[in-house]
Design a protein around this ligand. Structure first.
Ligand code: DP6
Length: 362
């Protein structure tokens, strides 16, 4: 599919008013998206686990205007309160998707959104937030184009979510999603996320992700600025090539259930992401002393217990602790005993692999 396939051609049957609500999860990348080209095209392919507990719930009320406006007309409430500071991002999103969703200026929208995770947890909400809004818009579009099938619905939801925030395109479905053109993944595309199409060993079913909140403050560097730093980065070309190779290899890992190699790839990806930030200009260190304490303790515990616990990181200080469901009891004990002390106010979130977004008002 190419970009033209996502343009809605007929605006004939516009509903007068209505509302749609979706709950959309966050996701955690195993092979990281870091670096992009024009129009939200990723510099390398990535793959993520869709999460379950960490999610955004959004409702979109729409009312048709007498005449199409010259600008987008919308109001936005975050946790029931008007939120002006979110509006520029939403306006930009509308601008980017308008060529594909030409009906937007025909409506006044009321957007109400809330997150399942605490507001200041240092957890990025752009993936769940943008995917939830994209899905609400697609539900409206489905009223306009009654013939739309589910596959196209999900694909276009992912396509427009990507235009809001790259990683959001991996939050529509579950439980593993590939985004970015990758030779060995048939059907993969730079334009939308694809549900991982190959065999996955049962060890990776119900994988757990405990998110240790090391620093709940605002991020030092936004992802958008971070991606920019990959332009002219001295190691960019080899990093992008490495992401392709890691994805190649993960196919065997998922099929065979090779947890040892899984751990190596996932931890190396996390550290590479941070290495890219440390070696860009300007350079940043987003890990905190407690991030390193946690990593060292995970390594020590893995060595002494033979557990398959491992970690990954986002562009921040928080640590995602990943482990198979069969090791839940043992790992939770270890987290309680040794890792909680390094979390800000002892806070952490227990999450696990999820299976994608859900419509709430069927
Ligand atoms: C480190 O999707 O937040 O989490 O496209 O600019 O909105 P924008 O960036 P964003 O970047 C996420 C980067 C990451 C890695 C990943 O999720 O793959």
């Amino acid at each position: 599919m190419n970009e033209k396939d996502f343009i809605l051609r007929s605006n004939d049957l516009l509903p007068e008013s209505g509302s749609h609500s979706w709950r959309s999860p966050s996701n955690i990348a195993l092979v990281k998206y870091w670096g992009k080209k024009e129009n939200q095209i990723p510099a390398n392919p990535s793959i993520s686990f869709t999460l379950d507990t960490c999610a955004t719930t959004t409702s979109l009320e729409f009312k048709r205007l007498k005449e199409a406006g010259s600008d987008f007309s919308f109001e936005l409430f975050f946790e029931d309160k008007p939120k002006e500071s979110f509006k520029p991002k939403i306006r930009k999103f509308f601008e980017r998707i308008e060529p594909y969703c030409p009906y937007l200026k025909q409506y006044h929208f009321t957007i109400r959104t809330s997150n399942s995770f605490p507001h200041s947890s240092g957890i990025a909400s752009s993936a769940s937030g943008m995917s939830a809004l994209a899905l609400c818009i697609m539900s409206l579009e489905k009223e306009i184009d009654g013939k739309m099938n589910d596959e196209y619905f999900n694909r276009k939801a992912s396509f427009i979510a990507r235009l809001g925030s790259g990683s959001a395109c991996r939050s529509i479905e579950g439980d593993l999603v590939v985004w970015g053109s990758h030779k060995k993944t048939e059907g993969s595309s730079d334009l939308f996320g694809l549900k991982y199409p190959y065999e996955v060993h049962s060890l990776f079913k119900n994988y757990q992700d405990t998110i240790l909140l090391v620093d709940k403050g605002e991020k030092q560097v936004s992802s958008t600025v971070g991606h920019e730093l990959m332009h002219d980065h001295p190691f960019a070309a080899s990093r992008f090539e490495q992401a392709h190779k890691n994805l190649d290899e993960l196919q065997n890992v998922f099929r065979e259930g090779d947890l040892d190699r899984f751990i190596e790839i996932v931890e190396s990806e996390a550290l590479t992401l941070h290495a890219m930030m440390m070696t860009s200009l300007p350079y940043f260190i987003l890990m905190r002393p407690n991030t390193l304490e946690i990593i060292n303790r995970i390594w020590a515990f893995r060595k002494e217990s033979g557990s398959h616990i491992c970690f990954t990181l986002d562009a921040g200080a928080n640590v995602h602790v990943l482990y198979p469901e069969s090791e839940k009891e043992e790992v939770n004990g270890f987290i309680e005993r040794e890792l909680v002390a390094y979390c800000q106010n002892g806070h952490y979130i227990c999450d696990q692999i999820g299976f994608g977004a859900k419509k709430l008002d069927q």
